[in-house]
Design a protein around this ligand. Structure first.
Ligand code: SAM
Length: 315
C-alpha cells in the first residue's frame, strides 16, 4: 500500500498496481512493448550493457540473412541499420526472472551464456551468476563490459558475474556445484550460427543439435537443487529446406521433462516489431507471419506444494 499526502483520508491508501508490486503484471503474456518496460530497458542499457558486443561480426549466416532483405544498410556509409542488429537479451525480463524465480540469494547457472546481460543484471541485483559460453571472444567481451561497469557506485559492492569458457556438454566438470536457478536462452538451432566450432550446437544439423541440447539440459538440471525453478527463453525456427517450423519450444519441454523437471508456466514475451515490419511483406508472400514473440518456459524441480515455503512474497 502506498501512502499519499492527498489529505483526503479515504483514498490515502491506494492499492499498488500489479506492475508496481511485481515489476510487471505476472500474466502469461509479458509485453515488452509497454512504455514502462521500454523505459526500464533503456535504464539498464544506459548502465553500459552492450550484450551484442562479441557477436555481430562473427555471426556466420548474418550477412546472408541481412543481405537477403534490402534496406539493412545505411546508404551513406554502408553500416548496419540498428533495427537489423543481432538479437540482444532483454534486461527487464532478466530482472523479473531473478525476482520472481530465483531462490533468496540463490546461485544462478546459465549453460548458454552468450552476451553479458544475464550476468551483469544478476550482479547488479547482488546475485551470484555463473554462465558457460563456448566462444572465448564472447567471454572476453563480457568481462571487459563488467570491468567498465564494476567500479560504478551501483556495482562496486556487487559480486562479479562468473563467465566460464567451454562446452556445456561438460558443464559439470567445468563449474561443478549446486544451483538455485537455471536461466538461459539457447541457440535457436541454425537461425543464428555463432561459430564454425563443431562443439557449437548452432553449427550442427538438427538431429545432432537436439542430441547435444538434450544432453546439456540434462546435465545442467542435475546440478539444480530440489524445489527450484528453471527458466528458458526460446523461439521457434524453420527448417530451411521445407519452411516448416521445427517445434523447438516443444522439444525444449521434452528435454526438461526427460531431465526430471515439469512445465510450470508457459509465457509469451511480446517483443518490439523492429526489423520485422520491413521484412514481413516479403514473408507474407508465402503466408509466413513475421515473428514478434518469444516463448518463456518455466519448469519446476520438486513438488509445487513446497513453493510458498521456499519462495517468499515478491518485493
Ligand atoms: C547467444 S546465445 C543465444 C541467443 C538467442 N538465440 C537469441 O537469439 O537471443 C547462444 C550462445 O550459446 C553459445 N553456445 C553454442 N554452443 C555451445 C556449447 N556447446 N556450450 C556452450 N555455449 C554454446 C554460442 O556461442 C552463443 O553465444
Amino acid at each position: 500500500m502506498i501512502k499519499s499526502d492527498t489529505g483526503f483520508g479515504l483514498v490515502d491508501v491506494l492499492p499498488l498496481s500489479l506492475k508496481d508490486r511485481f515489476g510487471a503484471p505476472p500474466f502469461s503474456v509479458l509485453d515488452a512493448r509497454q512504455g514502462y518496460w521500454q523505459a526500464r530497458k533503456k535504464k539498464w542499457l544506459s548502465l553500459g550493457i552492450e550484450s551484442e558486443v562479441g557477436r555481430k561480426e562473427r555471426l556466420i549466416n548474418y550477412h546472408e540473412n541481412v543481405a537477403k532483405y534490402k534496406g539493412g544498410y545505411h546508404e551513406k556509409d554502408g553500416t548496419l541499420k540498428k533495427t537489423f542488429g543481432v538479437s540482444v537479451f532483454d534486461p527487464v525480463l532478466c530482472e523479473l526472472v531473478y525476482h520472481w524465480f530465483n531462490y533468496p540469494d540463490g546461485r544462478i547457472i546459465d549453460p548458454f551464456a552468450g552476451g553479458s546481460v544475464r550476468g551483469i543484471v544478476a550482479s547488479i541485483l547482488g546475485m551470484n551468476y555463473t554462465g558457460v559460453e563456448l566462444r572465448k571472444e564472447q567471454v572476453e567481451a563480457n568481462y571487459s563490459q563488467w570491468n567498465r561497469i564494476s567500479d560504478k557506485k551501483f556495482a562496486v559492492e556487487m559480486p562479479s558475474p562468473n563467465w566460464v569458457c567451454g562446452d556445456s556438454i561438460f558443464i559439470k566438470d567445468l563449474i561443478g556445484g549446486e544451483y538455485d536457478l537455471i536461466f538461459s536462452c539457447p541457440p535457436y538451432g541454425d537461425l543464428e550460427i555463432y561459430s564454425h566450432d563443431p562443439r557449437d550446437i548452432s553449427s550442427l544439423n538438427f538431429e545432432d543439435f537436439l542430441d547435444s541440447y538434450f544432453k546439456i539440459i540434462k546435465t545442467t538440471c542435475s546440478m539444480l537443487k530440489n524445489n527450484r525453478f528453471a527458466c528458458f527463453v526460446v523461439s521457434d525456427f524453420r527448417n530451411k529446406d521445407t519452411g516448416f517450423y521445427r517445434k523447438f519450444p516443444y522439444y525444449t519441454v521434452g528435454a526438461f521433462e526427460e531431465a526430471g523437471l515439469q512445465l510450470y508456466n508457459e509465457g509469451i514475451l511480446v517483443t518490439v516489431v523492429g526489423s520485422v515490419a520491413v521484412m514481413v511483406s516479403r514473408y507474407f508472400k508465402n503466408r509466413k507471419f513475421g515473428r514478434t514473440h518469444q516463448v518463456f518456459l518455466v519448469f519446476y524441480k520438486g513438488d509445487p506444494k513446497d513453493i510458498q515455503e521456499n519462495f517468499p512474497e515478491v518485493k
